[in-house]
Write a protein that binds this ligand. Structure first.
Ligand SMILES: *[C@@H]1O[C@H](CO)[C@@H](O)[C@H](O)[C@H]1NC(C)=O
Length: 314
């Protein structure tokens, strides 16, 4: 009776040394257990995990497949006013100040010192590289055709000709060494966005700068009026005085044959190089550039339709 009672209690395993215990754990020859499990037990648990993870992978792949059925890599699912980016394109400028200073929009250099303006011309070289070698974009440039206002690209994309940039070309250092820098403007791409052009010379908006209105009046080819116009101005009276004459190269806007953007292979956004021919040196000049179409609203806070930067040449 006393013996039976004693059996109900847990009998501690035989006291083993540390090393001995570990050795037994690795391989217990008495029970034929390897790492605490017998061969059959190991077989079952391995089989379980194989099935379990196969199930998970299968389920995951099935979900991915269903998801891919619903999207097209070239066409955004959410477009225009349904999308986060909306249908009011932003305007951007290059060269941009160093990334270490993301909030800065100041372009500042000494005109007579090559090492000093090299940062800016290098940035432009980098940005314009794809324009000089359209073969490096998807489609190898094979999809690219020369367009004009009578010849829209159809299912191809339009060529942007770097040779038209003259004073604003890399060969001319973008005129930075003449204290007459070129700033490139680019309208952000919005899939399927079609500009509503200011192409009626009799009804241009009140707030459009006079020099742009005058320019539009001089356009002879009526088809060439189908352009998203561009204006750059000094922000304050002092800036207006300091900014000096401006040229827009190759033309004063983004021509209509580049729109709408349909994410076709090889598409490159049209650019406007704004050449500040004789800005006053030694002062900071606040500049605002705007893109003009009926369906572009200017909103500085939201950075839509216009862009602000400062220019300072010592
Ligand atoms: C002027 O622009 C509107 C809207 O963008 C367009 O529908 C129309 O065809 C254009 N007019 C001419 C003469 O090209």
């Amino acid at each position: 009776m006393a013996e039976k009672k004693a059996e109900q209690y847990y009998t501690p395993p035989p006291k083993l040394g540390k090393w001995e215990g570990f050795r037994i754990f690795i391989w217990n020859s008495e029970t034929h257990q390897f790492l605490g499990r017998t061969g059959a037990s190991w077989g079952k648990i391995i089989l379980f995990y194989i099935l379990f993870y196969s199930g998970l992978i299968g389920f995951f792949l099935a979900m991915i497949a269903v998801f891919y059925q619903t999207i097209d890599l070239r066409i955004p699912k959410w477009q225009q006013d349904k999308s986060v980016i909306g249908n009011n394109p932003g305007l951007g400028f290059r060269p941009m100040p160093p990334e270490s200073n993301v909030e800065s929009t100041l372009i500042w250099y000494r005109g007579n010192d090559e090492r000093n303006y090299k940062y800016w011309t290098d940035e432009l070289d980098k940005f314009l590289q794809v324009y000089k070698n359209p073969g490096t974009v998807p489609g190898d440039g094979k999809n690219t055709v020369h367009c004009d206002f009578e010849n829209y690209p159809g299912d191809k994309v339009c060529y942007v000709d770097p040779k038209e940039w003259s004073y604003c070309s890399s060969e001319n250092h973008y005129s930075y060494h003449r204290s007459a820098p070129c700033i490139f403007l680019k309208l952000n791409k919005i899939y399927g966005w079609v500009p509503e052009y200011y192409n009626d010379t009799n009804s241009l908006p009140e707030n459009m700068p006079k020099d742009l209105k005058d320019h539009i009046q001089t356009v002879e080819n009526p088809h060439a009026l189908n352009t998203v116009w561009v204006s750059c101005e000094g922000e304050n009276p002092a800036d207006v005085e300091n900014i000096g004459p401006i040229q827009y190269i190759p033309r004063r806007g983004f021509p209509g044959f580049f729109f709408p953007f349909k994410n076709k292979e090889g598409y490159l956004s049209p650019l406007v190089a704004v050449w500040f021919e004789r800005p006053t040196t030694g002062v900071l000049i606040n500049i605002e550039c705007k893109a003009w179409a009926h369906n572009i609203r200017h909103d500085r806070a939201e950075r839509r339709g216009s862009v602000h930067f400062e220019l300072m040449i010592d």
